[in-house]
Design a protein around this ligand. Structure first.
Ligand SMILES: [Zn+2]
Length: 100
């Protein structure tokens, strides 16, 4: 059985997919707003830019989480070509729009 928790399918090898799945689950999990501290109200406008539905706060953060985990992101960028990463980001954005 193939567990497809990422948009990569069987590409890029299992180590990378596991790494991505970890980031993906972080991205999908409810975020806590740094201003009003409401959980689950934060959503991502663009890569690295987040906003809160409750209080309207906009703030910068990391690509897949509201706080920076640069080491992890840098590692991901190091193994995925920029063009592929753009496609991934498009996939992520489409996915969010469908979910809303
Ligand atoms: Zn807020």
């Amino acid at each position: 059985m193939v567990k497809s928790s990422t948009p990569f399918g069987t590409r890029y090898g299992s180590t990378l997919r596991k790494r991505y799945a970890k980031i993906w689950s972080t991205y999908k999990s409810p975020k806590i707003c740094p201003r009003c501290e409401k959980e689950g109200s934060v959503y991502r406008i663009k890569i690295g830019i987040w906003a809160c539905r409750k209080c309207g706060a906009k703030f910068a953060g990391a690509a897949y989480n509201t706080f920076s985990e640069m080491g992890r992101v840098v590692r991901l960028r190091a193994v995925i070509p920029v063009e592929e990463l753009k496609k991934v980001n498009e996939t992520v954005n489409n996915d969010v729009e469908e979910a809303v």
